[in-house]
Write a protein that binds this ligand. Sequence first.
Ligand code: NAD
Length: 331
Amino acid sequence: MKIKVVITDLGYKHYNIERKLIESINGELEVRHCLTEQDVISLARDADGVIVRLQPFSARVIEKLEKCLVVARYGVGVDNIDIAAATKKGIVVANVLDYATDEVAEQALALLFSCIRKITNHDKKIRDGVWDIGQQDPIYRIQGKTLGLIGFGRIAQVLAGKVKGFEFHILAYDPFVKKELAEKTGVELTTLNRVLEESDYISLHLPLNKETFHLINEKTLRTMKSTAILVNTSRGGLVDTKALYRALKEGWINSAGIDVHEEEPPPKDYCLFELDNVVISDHAGWYSEESIQNLQRGAVEAVVAVLTGGWPKFLVNPEVKEMIKKGGRKW
Ligand code: NAD
């Protein structure tokens, strides 16, 4: 019998990448747009592998699966998959962590440079008939400035590599990274306070969790230089928006480039819309035509890896190895 792989919900222009790879292992791909749990159950019940995008993959669905070995998620977050239920049944859960690393690093830089050179601001002024390169809103030289990275994982490391020509002094705060790794990339690992106090530009590259929620708040904003620029391409909840609004309005910091927001999409009366010294994008950091292909390839490669006896590049539930050893799978 042919291997069966299913995709539970649509989101891309075509599925040629997935189809080609599944067919290369003598499998067949079924793509459907499920609207209910019951739709997912009837599609995935006899599948060997499943790829999900936004569709919930609940314990109820998992319970009905008859021979599934792997569930891969198109994306990073796996909150729509019941990981505990999958692990208990010996099902490998995989995601794609690296599909847009370059894009997000570049989005952070695009926002940063737009703030430094005040591009969107001047664009608006020219359109309003104002031709004024005055010193009321000073622009400072880039060379020799200090760039501070909070979180020094995949994206921050790629960003540090991309800015080599700008002669920045780069500081980073990341309690989980080894000093040697930072040094190898020419980055000085230090305390959070020093990053906040000494950086001219601060870019956030860490996950949102209980410890990092509102890491950027009134206190940390007041620690930054009044000429500092803050960039957030990570998660909206890392920044207390109300405090940021006051910081930008009252000049505690110079400006900000914000890709991710506490509420997405932001409300019509979003306070940051009032300000000229903020450049806003629509959580687009991840996006390029190429990154979408990376994502599709990454998800199907994870499924193929498991169906051919291996492990995915990004394993969400490593405890599943123990479950499988103990005979957690009934098939
Ligand atoms: P990563 O896991 O490779 O790196 C995150 C780093 O943060 C790790 O090195 C970790 O040690 C560090 N960290 C964890 N807790 C910390 C803390 N309390 N203080 C300081 N550092 C801490 O992740 P990544 O791939 O570099 O992604 C970084 C962020 O970018 C994530 O929040 C992710 O959700 C976000 N992201 C945004 C987009 C977008 O479209 N804007 C796309 C992809 C990822």
